[in-house]
Design a protein around this ligand. Sequence first.
Ligand code: THU
Length: 130
Amino acid sequence: MDDPYFPLLQEVIAKAYAPYSRFPVAAVARGVSGTHYSGVNVENAAYPQGWCAEASALSAMVSAGETELTEIAVMATGDAICTPCGGCRQKIREFGTSSTRVLCYGPEGLRATYTLEELLPHSFGPDHLK
Ligand code: THU
């Protein structure tokens, strides 16, 4: 099956700026239009000022005028499946729905797929403020 994420993730992860953790991460967000928005983690010498790849990809999506997320793919190295951190799950929640898919890749390919509901059950979201 054709996988648009894998080649994009491979290309983008090479641009990750992770000199401190040496843990490069790439993310590709798919907006409802079908457009893909990529991003990487961007670390900082003042460690807490760094941010995750998912935040970069979502920022690119919103900057392009899209606020509806259908899928997000994440690639990292290491043996463990790299699922989005807690903060990123909440960021994904802002633009996704319970059925938004989160695809987790390693350098060799897809490792696992989750729904946002699986990763962030009973979530707080924009509807709470209505
Ligand atoms: N990181 C991400 O970019 N996304 C994740 O899903 C997990 C962690 C980054 C943050 C930091 O730059 C490095 O990975 C190590 O935590």
